[in-house]
Design a protein around this ligand. Sequence first.
Ligand code: F55
Length: 821
Amino acid sequence: MAASTAPHNPMSAADFANEIRYELKYTQGVTPKEATVDDVYVAAATAVRKHLVDSWETTKQDMVNGNTKAVGYLSAEFLMGRQLQNALLNSGLTEQFDEAVKEFGFEAKDVIDAEYEPGLGNGGLGRLAACFIDSLASLGVPAFGYGIQYQYGIFKQKFDENGKQIETPDYWLLKENPWGHTDYNRQVHVSFGGEVKDGKWAPAWSVRAIPVDYMVPGYASGRVNTLRLWTAKAENELDLLTFNKSEYTEAVAEQIKAETITKILYPEDSTKVGKQLRLEQQYFFVAASIQDAIRTFYPGQDKPDLTTFPQKICFQLNDTHPVIGIAELMRVLLDDYGYDWNTAWDITSHTFNYTCHTLLPEALEQWPVELISELLPRHMQIIEEIDRHFVEELKGLTTDQEKIDRMRIISTDDEPKVRMAYLATAAGQHVNGVAELHSELLKDVTLKDFSDLYPQKFTNVTNGVTPRRFVKIANPRMSDLITEGLGTDAWISDLEMLKGLVPLADDPEFVKKFAEVKKANKRDFAAFAKRKYGFDVDPNTMFNSMIKRLHEYKRQALKILSVISTYANIKSGKINPDDLVPRTVFFGAKAAPGYYLAKQTIQLINNVSRVVNNDPAVKGKLAVYFPWNYNIELAENLIPATDLDEQISQAGKEASGTGNMKFALNGALTVGTLDGANVEIRNLVGAENFFLFGMDVNEVTDLYAKGYDTKGLSRGYYESDPDLKQAIDMVADGTFSNGDKDTYKDLVNDWLTKDYFMTLADFRSYMDIQSKIEETYRDEQKWARMAVLNVANSGYFSSDRSIKDYLDRVWMTGAMPAHEA
Ligand code: F55
């Protein structure tokens, strides 16, 4: 038996079963006989939660009483995934649970399956926040996650009979949520609107912000942090006076207005939104969080010395969504506590740091001055004052007036807007991108003026993913093999230890076992896909996955055009199907509801799937599946079963990517461009173990300079490449729309006249690399060896490492002293 450092609870399975029985009886009021799988899930969750309470309590106490600065991770999204398995792992009760639930007549996996996955995030940014709070707790860093408890998460995705995306509401609280504790006794108030009188804000209305607390257990750290998600409630739930006149709608109007604030997650990903409600959400959660931090660190103090605030806590701004918090902290310091401007600014500018997650300029939030003035008039004044001070400061640094104008926090055009990224950069101590390439491009392009004048503010922290959820829990077979190979399971909290697997890549026995693990995972996934979606997936084919939000820059179009091309070439006899590596292509992707071309792409993929999967000519050689409603659960099941991962964004557009890390850590090989963290993955795993294709950032820049998107240069690629032409013509001629030539006409037209993300320009290079991939895959040993080397060299991509980088480069703090039990 290998040595174990995993959390272990000495309790027996029988005793844990008793705890479940206790909860069934005293919390839920059902007998074991009556208990459904949902009951047992809630009871088990309630029981395991109690095992975490002592550590939670001491962590909170140590945080307030100790001298270690805390981190407040402010994020509009936390895409947590299901909680039960993670809580069991961290409380050392996994095995007991597996046994205990049998007493109630259930299998562990069915109880785990009873949990409804909360979808309080859109994609990478929200999932990153979830990985980060896991690592903060596992490293013993005192930290709070602060966000919003949306009543509706990201929409549920379905496909209609034509393959179109249908969005339905995700009312996740329909089922009991045993993890969140609604703490009505810790509510605060958040105000809006009104006017500024004599320099003081007289708001027009306010709401109550009620915290819902989630425990965030660390892995083998003895620490449990807090994720505090705020929910909005009216100050007065029901106006009885109005109600008595039986005007019911008016009587509940205030309640409805208040609750609307936290009603729903904005289903947007990297596209511009300018909705008032979204600003309300942003202000609501940061204002509540700032009040919460002050009362936590200065308990019971009427006149706290807030000049020490930056020593108590620093706030990390997860993209621009919480940036209004800068103006709010200024307001609190100036108006509520009476500090002068310079002192308030000194405190504020030592409190915030900003992480940027994009390079697309249109995705940087800008709020119209008019809107802020109406919703938060005092904050608008303060932002104007910050802008004035900032301009003065800039005048001391440069004589370039145009540069100063470009850098203004408030734009000087006809419809002035507050540029939230600029406000964050001006006020923040540190600004970071999320992968090396991205941080370089931030400095050279997106925030160049700022980095010229404030180079010391800029740094990089490459993203990471939690190895607990995405390796240990998602891929138990591979985890056991790693532990066997390394002789210890300490790698789970020290992922660089995976390096120890490098020599095993030359051990045929180990490599063979590794390949067998992958095969078994593929069989598992085939069973899962059958159960969940009714798909008949052939586990003896290569599993090739592309799972991420649907966006033009990510280029799902490139992948589907390559599939269409292969299909067409089989049909025309150009390719002998027996020469192909049998392959199953999986897509998982949600499109923003208003994103037209993304939705067309979804429809196209679904119809390619329909046509290809029903054509006997390619049976056993090529299949395409598009499981609907891509979420964390699907990722956890598909990633361990994948052979080949697609990371094919146009170079310079994907800030980092984190799916790429999850796949590499699970022994999938990557086909990818030199974009985001792909660059670092390739450097670490070795160029010979990565399938690189496509233009790099410089080539992309040059091609734009030649007028690629403005002069319709994509057409030249179409005309000169018969495979590409054939594939696009097939989309246009109705093959994937029952003969209708109009269905995809806007998509086709975009490809042939604009193609902003250069799908057509990279097509040939992509097809060529696919041939090399097939050749490599045929040599099973070789492929498995490459896969082992990907795992062995990807330890860097643990979110534990990311958090350590934040501690060293951004927060300048560390872990709490270990807790003496
Ligand atoms: C959500 C709302 C708005 Cl208004 C803008 C962006 C988003 C969003 O979800 N962005 C997002 O997920 N960005 C991604 O962040 C990841 C974590 O850093 C990166 O890996 C990924 O490259 C980036 O696209």
